[in-house]
Design a protein around this ligand. Structure first.
Ligand code: ARG
Ligand code: ZN
Length: 471
């Protein structure tokens, strides 16, 4: 029964008895029992078919991880997930690839579970009512890195002295069960136990270090909403430096001295300087802390893991790469893609931030010259045959998304002027903070703030294949 009908019948009863004071509303509004059904498997994002699940909304992941980098298995863990059921659930799915599950409980009671490819299907002893519930999964194994023909090697990666995690776009579920899609953000807690002598770094802030016999346990808490692919745990021998940026933001950096013996202080300083500069330009820093990790993982990318981007040493040495990854804290991490096809909203913006940093530090050209140089590449198939707003999985991290995406922003800036352009960027991060957003929402915002009809500009730059000729 709806609240409105209950109120109406109470009023009627009060009128009939002629004594409103003594009439009490029914103690518990009797809701017709909702028939429990299975939560949907998959959210329908074509770039990551099957990923994400319906029927619940995760609020918090508590990951208790025992990491033995050289061990087999290298991971023994309990993931405790607090979620809100958005419907009555007879069963539901968690994304999970590989690994061995030994126990699942729902609200403390043992639950039945089964494995289908890339999913853990959980059937609780009794159906779950709408609202808060907790599922705990005990599991172990050695997470398998993803070797993708198009996206390269990513996921849980072994390093010389530990492990590294770079999960974008879809490898979070190779190391913990969850709702692995940016549409479902949550806060995280990490309790990471590692062999003595190694350090475990994760997102957010360090809240405890406890030595016990042959192991050390590091506790990290990430209290701002985070997409699953941005979660990371990096284990190894690190030199660490922490403090506050000149602007007052807590900062923590960890550098593997084997790969970058002299890098700690310059990496710390550049990270602090860029964080403060972007906070002035894009709006307040969205998270509780900033920082980064430099490690020797055999990967071809740096990654904007929330509060602490990860770098291989060759990339950490390039300030524009640091400028790129830190700009993602606003564009990508705080404001996330609604679907992966919107990835230019992350990478086009972060590439534009590289151009801004290069101009500012005098190490690069002006954004207009960056634009001109690429526009002159008339026959570049990478730029012109792929539309930034429709890259598909194969070109997700390709030149069109990054460079033509950034060119789109420069075209927009020239069209609307500097004042409107930076107002659009700031409104974008303010209006979608901690959420997700789509390309049409960006187009609508740009039109609203500039007061101009920009449909043609965005059509030729983002959606059409071919080199734009006028806009
Ligand atoms: N977002 C990262 C960056 O721009 C790139 C991640 C690439 N991921 C991958 N699986 N290749 O900096
Ligand atoms: Zn990027």
């Amino acid at each position: 029964m709806s609240a409105r009908r209950i109120a109406a019948s109470v009023l009627l009863l009060a009128t009939l008895t002629g004594c409103s004071e003594s009439v009490r509303a029914p103690a518990a509004a009797p809701r017709p029992a909702e028939r429990p059904v299975a939560g949907a498997a998959g959210l329908g994002d074509p770039v990551v078919p099957g990923d994400g699940n319906g029927g619940y909304d995760v609020q918090h992941y508590d990951l208790d991880l025992r990491v033995t980098p050289r061990g087999r298995p290298s991971l023994a863990a309990t993931a405790t997930i607090t979620a809100d059921a958005t419907q009555a659930l007879s069963r539901f799915d968690l994304d999970l690839t590989g690994l061995t599950v030994s126990k699942v409980t729902v609200d403390g009671a043992p639950a039945a579970y089964s494995r289908v490819p890339d999913k853990l299907v959980v059937t609780p002893a009794r159906p779950i009512a709408r609202g808060r519930f907790t599922v705990a999964v005990v599991y172990s194994g050695t997470p398998a890195a993803v070797d993708d023909r198009q996206l390269g090697r990513y996921g849980w990666i072994r390093t010389g002295d530990g492990t590294f995690v770079g999960a974008e776009p879809d490898a979070a579920h190779t190391w913990f069960p969850g709702n692995d899609h940016p549409q479902d953000k949550a806060t995280f807690g990490f309790r990471v136990t590692v062999p003595k002598g190694l350090t475990a770094v994760a997102n957010g802030q360090l809240t405890g270090t406890a030595a016990s016999g042959r192991t050390t346990t590091y506790t990290w808490r990430a209290r701002d909403p985070m997409a699953t692919y941005l979660a990371m745990v990096d284990v190894g021998r690190f030199k660490v430096r922490s403090g506050r940026t000149p602007g007052g933001i807590p900062i923590y950096v960890a550098v593997d001295p084997a790969v970058d013996p002299a890098g700690l202080n310059s990496f710390y300083d550049t990270t602090a300087k860029v964080t403060d500069a972007w906070a002035k330009l894009f709006g307040p820093y969205p998270f509780e802390s900033t920082g980064g990790v430099v490690d020797d993982a055999p990967v071809q990318f740096a990654l904007e893991t929330q509060t602490k981007p990860e770098y291989v040493a060759s990339m950490a040495a390039v300030p524009t790469v640091i400028a790129h990854e830190l700009s993602h804290q606003w564009f990508g991490d705080s404001v996330s893609v609604h679907q992966w096809g919107d990835i230019w909203l992350n990478e086009g913006f972060a590439t534009y931030a590289e151009w801004l940093w290069g101009e500012r530090e005098g190490s690069g050209d002006t954004p207009q010259r960056e634009f001109d140089g690429r526009y002159a590449q008339q026959h570049s198939a990478d730029l012109w045959n792929i539309a930034p707003a429709a890259p598909g999985r194969s070109a997700l991290f390709g030149r069109s998304v990054y460079e033509r995406g950034a060119m789109t922003l420069q075209a927009l800036r020239r069209k609307v002027g500097d004042q409107h352009f930076f107002a659009i960027l700031r409104a974008w991060v303010a209006e979608h903070r901690y959420g997700d957003a789509t390309t049409p929402q960006f187009v609508a915002l740009a039109q609203r703030i500039s007061g101009m009809d920009l449909r043609h500009l965005f059509q030729v730059w983002l959606y059409d294949r071919g080199r734009p000729v006028n806009w």
